[in-house]
Design a protein around this ligand. Structure first.
Ligand code: C2E
Ligand code: CA
Ligand code: CA
Length: 344
């Protein structure tokens, strides 16, 4: 609108109307509402520009827990650094500020390297290193996540080939949005074809949330990829409310137990029971199990007792840059399992 004061009053009214409790068959229900506002021509000239600006503002509202945010304020506020991430992120892609770190996962039976997980890093010219938790969510709300996933896939498969990693598998995280994208499976297979990386050595880590967002589409993407030999792991298993549903609906290869459960494994009897039963359930279904967040020898030992298959965590190795991975892999080959050094 042209009159910001009048329109902000209208937006407040809209917000109030939606967020007021509604009686549904006599039962009071309340929904949380976050509104992002962008206005033409100041915030954009095309529908796409305006929607993107409104997205940024809504994202701020969600993060700050405020009901309404204006894109205008996002730009003026001292928070600018984080909120302009979105435009910086397209630059980052073009200017090679995004890198990949690699974190090994060990087979618990013999200590051999089973998989290496690719984890994205952003070295921002002004803000320094920005963790993926700060920008993957933002990227997912726009079409930027596509090129990011593709970048990770390309760079990591080429890296694994260069590192002559033997038959070690590569794990790549995939966002909900990509899984819903009808052309995603073909894009992945295209990257594999180009780099010559065998599909059977690629494992895509997807979260339950990503799958249940649109079960039909996820099923299509996942079965298409699995047909070609690509493996699928359920990431952050156990923290969602839909774990059983996911396993009912989909064929996957592996589950990764979330590190929240693993961390307290040795101190909380209840967590130990939950991890034990998650492992048992996965095995019954013919899936293998990775434990995340293995930070010390006690956790490693407890997981061994519980029959966990693969372990990943700071106690084994932190995510590392590519040159370090090469050295680490070649040194690790010379280590025997009884010498397994689990550091703090
Ligand atoms: P995730 O998939 O659960 O990745 C594991 C995270 O746990 C990584 O954080 C890793 O550094 C951290 N971690 C590993 N071992 C330990 C441990 O022993 N203790 C503790 N406290 N933490 C440990 P990071 O790299 O910050 O990644 C955070 C999340 O960002 C990832 O969680 C994943 O969901 C997302 N992410 C990272 N890279 C990508 C990517 O390329 N694409 C997409 N879509 N998401 C990504
Ligand atoms: Ca992961
Ligand atoms: Ca995880």
């Amino acid at each position: 609108g042209t009159d910001p004061v009048r329109s902000s009053g209208e937006i407040v009214a809209i917000h109030n109307a939606i967020s007021a409790p509604h009686a549904i068959e006599g039962f009071p229900l309340t929904v949380g509402v976050s509104i992002g506002v962008a206005t033409a021509p100041g915030d954009g000239h095309t529908a796409a520009e305006l929607l993107r600006a409104a997205d940024v503002a809504m994202y701020k509202a969600k993060r700050c827990g405020t009901p309404i945010e204006f894109y205008d304020n996002c730009i003026k506020s001292p928070q600018r650094g984080r909120l302009s991430l979105l435009s910086d992120l397209s630059e980052a892609l073009a200017e090679h500020q995004l890198h990949i770190h690699f974190q090994p996962q060990l087979r618990m039976a013999d200590g051999a390297v089973d998989t290496v997980e690719a984890l994205i890093r952003w070295q921002h010219p002004e803000h320094g290193s920005i963790p993926p938790s700060e920008f993957i969510g933002v990227a997912e709300q726009t079409d930027l996540i596509g090129p990011i996933t593709e970048l990770v896939l390309r760079a990591a498969t080429v890296g694994m080939i260069t590192a002559s990693a033997g038959d070690v598998k590569l794990a790549v995280n995939v966002s909900a949005r990509s899984l819903q994208d009808a052309s995603f499976a073909d894009e992945v297979l295209g990257v594999l074809d180009k780099s010559g990386f065998p599909p059977a050595r690629l494992e895509l880590e997807v979260t339950e949330r990503a799958i249940v967002t649109n079960v039909e589409r996820s099923t299509y993407t996942i079965s298409r990829l699995r047909q070609e030999g690509v493996r699928i792991a359920i990431d952050d298993f156990g923290v969602g409310y839909s774990s059983y549903q996911t396993l009912r609906l989909l064929d996957v290869d592996r589950v990764k137990i979330d590190r929240d459960f693993v961390a307290a494994l040795t101190t909380e009897p209840r967590d130990r029971l939950i991890v034990a039963s998650l492992i048992g359930l996965a095995h019954e279904l013919g899936l293998d199990v990775v434990a995340e967040g293995v930070e010390n020898a006690e956790i490693w030992n407890a997981l061994t007792t519980l029959g966990c298959d693969v372990a990943q965590g700071y106690g084994i190795a932190r995510p590392m840059a590519f040159p370090d991975l090469r050295g680490w892999l070649s040194r690790w080959n010379d280590v025997r399992v009884d010498e397994l050094v689990i550091t703090q």
